[in-house]
Design a protein around this ligand. Structure first.
Ligand code: NOJ
Length: 484
């Protein structure tokens, strides 16, 4: 054999062995959520929810945009599924609009047209070889339930359970991956903490903790209902999903290391610990109790779980679902003066972004690709799940079609996910990027775009156009490897 021949063989061999491929167990997907994409806010018997109410209040959303029409996916779902099929994804994560199927959130009145919409969507997906990943609650609470106190009302767990049962009954045969509640920390921080999201409540010192507790109770209720009434028959998996940022200590000091860990517990543990371990994280219990006392309270602003509740909530997961976008640098802060109570004073840390991290169109989102590998390892170490699904990951810009920065972000993040799977042995089985479509980005309206598919919000037909990232993702899925 000539030297030339040897070189070719060596290159071919090296190329094959050096290329890291996603294992067969890994499914590529894309995600969206009801209020952000469906539109049809008052059609076919749907009842009003807190985002309908909130977005209609002038000044709440950038440019006073609303989700009244959004991507019009209520009418265009077949087109969306055709795009998913063309991309080659195997998973589509979407959420159910509670008030579309139960107009005031209670079970006495079930809206058949709403049920039909989701049944049709699920059938369309399955007929096209795509598995549905269904979120029961992605922030659009029926307005009637908010009028009863929303996530501050402990009874919400029972309402949520009744709703979950209706959905399980209808979609149970077709859905294997369930998420009860999307990002409870955002509901509580932004909806009941700072008021930037619906229902616009500014209760950062105490409402936020009541909200966290009721989210855990509601999730557990929905989990236990599936477990006792449906699991044997349908065999699906249920969990909650939590957003997790990577928190790096600013220096090597032990104070900064503790601060980073504490930030994790106040942002992730507050929503995950009771479910994936047991009770609230101890550091959160201790700090809130201590500050509450200094503030003159006779009780802790962090409510307690009864022993019975701890047992009911603990272990209510079949897999771990996380949303991961960004990282933060954390440093220790001196104990704040006693003033208006806030979760931030309870937490007692200062967070910032590394200036070298590329910035997206969203103030909170920077690119730190190794962060996702750290987060996966952290979750594995802390909660030891047997399976992890990344239910969101993505990049915002202002909507350009040639979205090279999004491609770079995905390339680097997905490459770190691949390393976590292949080198760290973490069982990541699914990835639903955020987002399939440009959509209504909550208080930011349509000013921040996350889609790999552009939606023309000025055209009545909401025309969909592939961005460069969609073409790229399609090639990644075909190759089952990161491509250029
Ligand atoms: C988390 C939320 O689940 C989703 O609704 C939102 O659009 C993305 N992050 C981006 O902010």
């Amino acid at each position: 054999m000539t030297r030339f021949g040897l070189v070719i063989i060596a290159v071919a061999f090296y190329g094959a062995s050096a290329e890291k491929v996603f294992p067969d167990s890994f499914k590529f997907g894309a995600a969206g959520a009801s209020y952000q994409i469906e539109g049809a806010w008052n059609e076919d018997g749907k009842g009003p929810n807190i985002w309908d109410t909130f977005a209609h209040i002038p000044g709440k959303i950038k440019n006073n945009s609303t989700g009244d029409v959004a991507c019009d996916s209520y009418h265009k779902y077949k087109e969306d599924v055709a795009i998913l099929k063309d991309l080659g994804v195997k998973l589509y994560r979407f959420s159910i609009s509670w008030s579309r199927i139960m107009p005031d959130g209670t079970p006495y009145n079930i809206n058949q047209a709403g049920i039909d919409y989701y049944v049709n969507l699920v059938h369309e997906l399955i007929d096209n070889g795509i598995e549905p990943v269904v979120t029961l609650y992605h922030w659009d609470l029926p307005q009637h339930l908010e009028d009863l106190g929303g996530w501050l009302n402990p009874r919400i767990a029972d309402y949520f359970g009744d709703y979950a049962r209706v959905v399980y009954k209808t979609l149970g045969p077709y859905v294997k991956y369930w998420i009860t509640i999307n990002e409870p920390s955002t509901t509580c921080n932004a909806g009941y903490g700072q008021g930037a999201h619906a229902p616009g409540k500014d209760l950062i010192g105490d409402g936020i903790y009541l909200c966290a507790q009721n989210n855990a109770r509601a999730h557990a209720k929905a989990y236990r209902i599936y477990e006792t009434e449906f699991k044997q028959q349908y065999g699906g998996k249920v969990t909650i999903n939590v957003p997790i940022a990577m928190y790096y200590p600013k220096t090597t000091s032990s104070l900064d290391a503790e601060a980073a860990e504490r930030t994790f517990e106040f942002n992730v543990g507050l929503y995950a610990n009771a479910i994936f371990k047991s009770n609230w994280p101890q550091v959160v219990i201790d700090r809130v109790a201590n500050r509450s006392k200094l503030e003159g309270y006779s009780f802790s602003r962090l409510p307690e779980f009864s022993q019975e509740e701890i047992e009911y909530i603990s272990g209510t997961y079949d897999y771990f679902a996380l949303n991961m976008y960004t990282s933060n640098i954390v440093e220790y802060a001196d104990e704040g003066e006693i003033s208006t109570p806030t979760i931030w004073l309870d937490q007692g840390t200062i967070t910032s972004a590394d200036p070298s991290w590329p910035k997206s169109a969203s103030s909170w989102l920077n690119s730190d690709p190794p962060g996702i590998r750290h987060v996966l390892n952290k979750v594995q170490e802390k909660y030891n799940p047997s399976e992890i699904v990344i239910t969101e990951n993505g990049w915002s810009d202002t909507g350009e079609l040639d979205d090279q920065k999004r491609i770079t972000y995905y390339k680097e993040y997905m490459s770190n996910i691949l390393d976590a799977i292949l080198e760290d042995g973490i069982n990541v089985t699914g990835y639903t990027l955020w987002s399939l479509l440009d959509n209504f980005e909550w208080a930011e309206g349509f000013t921040q775009r996350f889609g790999i598919i552009q939606v023309d919000f000025d055209s009545p037909s909401r025309t969909r156009t592939y961005k460069s990232s969609a073409h790229w993702y399609k090639r990644v899925i075909q190759a089952r490897a990161i491509v250029d």
